[in-house]
Design a protein around this ligand. Structure first.
Ligand code: P6P
Length: 335
């Protein structure tokens, strides 16, 4: 039986479909893959490696305590791109400002990278899946100049690639360049990623709803009302049954819903009036994937990918997943 194709072979196949492609996107994805393997190595050994588990004294720009692996993962990604020429700047959850790469390369790169280096990192100490989320745009500023903030503040529908690497019971890379979503699983023995989930489509509806019900009392009434409808209920004699699944890692919850069908909600609340998740490097990349897989992603009212950002670290509410479930949520709002 022929072996599965590797991520490298897949990227070359995809590139051949763009005659004008010079291979920068391929190089960029390969660099992300190298960084992901290095982060995976650290995550898998976190408990064994003195000084890698737990939190630092520092807080990130969001005022959240930085885990040691947050900083390590962030540095691994920046270093992976520092000596290459595809990317002219990086916006990261862990850096207040844009990271301009070494002078030698920063003007030549035609892409910008936005990254959540290790989403869900508070779960590392308890061995729950975490992940790296990435979003890629073509710069809007002229090549040969330093990247500018506008390069990063683009609406999500301008993304040219987005995806995540999930470090879980297996390590997977799931991404899209605008032609559907494909998933690759790493063979831990060789570090090679194989195409195991070609042309992923999110089921139109599914068995799961994901929300932090411990904060239910903080949500707007329409969210509370929708969440109640997700519970077991007799609805005109039809029993509608959903299971609640919420890990506290957005990537893990999104990945499960992508494969099995489901909805994830991070509503606005009295504590987080614009929700907790960041638009640029959490909501946009996952919304891009959701739509490419046939799903839907809104901020409660509008399509996530149409939102025009004004700040690097701005937050936005997120309702994302199976198209029919998101539409059922929207119908609740209209009642
Ligand atoms: P809460 C992790 O910090 C994160 O950004 C997402 O990965 C996760 O879904 C969410 O926050 C969890 O937030 O408020 O429910 O603990």
């Amino acid at each position: 039986m022929k072996r599965l194709i590797t991520l490298g072979e897949f990227i070359i196949q995809q590139q051949s479909e763009y005659p004008g492609a010079k291979g920068e996107m391929s190089q960029l994805l390969s660099a992300l893959l190298v960084a992901g393997k290095m982060i995976n190595h650290q995550v898998q050994r976190a408990g064994l490696n003195e000084g890698v588990l737990g939190a630092t004294e520092a807080e990130n720009v969001q005022g959240e305590t930085q885990q040691k692996l947050d900083i390590l993962s962030n540095n691994i990604i920046i270093e992976a791109f520092e000596r290459r020429q595809e990317v002219c700047g990086i916006a990261s959850e862990e850096n207040e400002k844009v990271v301009l790469l070494e002078k030698k390369y920063k003007e030549s790169g035609q892409y910008v990278l936005l990254i959540d280096p290790l989403d869900g990192s508070s779960n590392i100490d308890v061995t729950v899946s975490v992940g790296t989320i990435f979003s890629i745009y073509r710069r809007v500023s002229p090549e040969g100049s330093e990247s500018v903030l506008q390069d990063f503040l683009q609406a999500g529908h301008h993304q040219i690639a987005a995806g995540y690497i999930i470090y879980g019971s297996s390590t997977m890379m799931v991404y899209s360049t605008g032609n559907g979503v494909n998933g690759f699983t790493m063979d831990p023995g060789t570090g090679v990623f194989f195409l195991t989930h070609p042309n992923l489509k999110i089921p139109e509806t599914g068995p799961y709803y994901s929300v932090n019900e411990g904060k239910m009392h903080l949500f707007p009434p329409e969210y509370q009302e929708y969440i109640q409808t997700c519970k077991i209920q007799e609805n005109k004699g039809k029993k509608k049954l959903f299971d609640s699944r919420y890990t506290g890692s957005l990537v893990a919850d999104f990945h499960r819903n992508l494969l099995k069908g489901g909805i994830y909600l991070y509503p606005p609340s009295t504590f987080h009036p614009n929700g907790k998740l960041r638009l640029l490097y959490e909501c946009n990349p996952l919304a891009f994937l959701a739509e490419q897989a046939g799903g839907k992603a809104i901020n409660g009212k509008e399509r996530i990918l149409d939102l025009v950002p004004t700040e690097l670290h701005q937050r936005c509410p997120l309702v994302i997943g199976s198209r029919k479930m998101v539409e059922d949520f929207e119908a609740t709002l209209d009642q």
